[in-house]
Design a protein. Structure first.
Length: 300
């Protein structure tokens, strides 16, 4: 007995503490669902699953994943962060969600704009689905109005879409003139989708034209006017003659406007014996986006 080692003071203290804690712990009630201490290892996984089900976490995560698959946002993590923030009572996102349910047009417009910006227009299934959700938000009837989207709300949404990009104001106004409806008209879903798509493509077309000018100008705010005119002519030829069924088709013009064709047009322009004048970035963007707008089929 004397040869047996005594536990070190810290170990003895911990052992005594654990013994007192076990004696003071109340026994689990029958049917409480809590695992016995000896069953923690065997029933731990089941208890965790039960907790997730009881707290509603499983259904919440499943619903969030379905929303991601439905919307196909360009930034899924940001989408999930915004989605879960809207579920927390008292958070700014939840306040915005509650405001979006009010019948006022500003709240419906903000919610519809959020939907149409979730997915890129090249993801046609997700983009069309989100456009349909935006259509339903704008068309929600209130006490003083019938359900449905009128031309006034439709045109205002298109204007707000164009504001969130680098498209020139002249091009945006010209495009809206082609795809807008009268304020009192009922806007069909297909027309709604077409207008939203046209505005989204205009923003990307302007961004690509801006990147092209960056190459022509070498990073400066101006480029050789002869070269810019040659590129604009080549771009117009690539867009082709007539109207395509979808505005997104015009973004495919870049594949026909290959490096060889651009190099040939630029070399030919530089060989002209004329005094070259410079062209600003703003002027180039105005002329390039005007080419795109001219090809968009007007809404009848």
């Amino acid at each position: 007995a004397r040869s047996r080692k005594r536990p070190s003071p810290p170990a003895a203290t911990m052992a005594a503490y654990e013994k007192r804690r076990a004696a003071a712990a109340p026994a689990p009630a029958a049917g409480s669902g809590l695992a016995e201490p000896g069953q923690a290892a065997a029933g731990g996984l089941e208890s965790e699953a039960e907790f997730l089900l009881r707290a509603g976490v499983t259904a919440m995560v499943r619903e969030a994943l379905l929303k991601v698959l439905e919307a196909r946002p360009e930034e899924p993590v940001s989408f999930l962060a915004d989605y879960f923030e809207r579920l927390v009572p008292g958070s700014p996102g939840a306040a915005g969600e509650a405001a979006a349910e009010l019948p006022g047009p500003p709240q419906r417009l903000a919610r519809a704009l959020w939907y149409v910006r979730l997915a890129h227009h090249s993801q046609r299934t997700a983009f069309d689905s989100n456009a349909g959700a935006a259509y339903e938000v704008l068309g929600a009837g209130g006490r003083r109005r019938k359900a449905g989207v009128d031309g006034r709300l439709y045109s205002e949404l298109l204007r707000r879409i164009c504001q969130h990009g680098g498209a020139p104001a002249e091009a945006a106004a010209a495009l809206l003139g082609r795809v807008r409806c009268r304020d009192h008209e009922a806007v069909p879903l297909e027309v709604f989708r077409y207008g939203v798509l046209a505005c989204s493509v205009l923003l990307e077309f302007a961004a690509k034209a801006d990147a092209l000018f960056g190459v022509l100008g070498g990073g400066s705010g101006a480029a050789d006017g002869r070269v810019c005119q040659a590129v604009l002519r080549a771009l117009e030829d690539a867009l082709g003659i007539g109207h395509a069924a979808l505005p997104g088709r015009y973004l495919e013009a870049g594949s026909r406007l290959g490096p060889d064709g651009l190099a040939l047009a630029m070399d030919r322009a530089l060989q002209e014996r004329k005094l070259g004048t410079s062209m600003s970035r703003e002027e180039f963007l105005r002329k390039a986006t005007a080419l795109f707008v001219a090809k968009v089929k007007p809404v009848e």
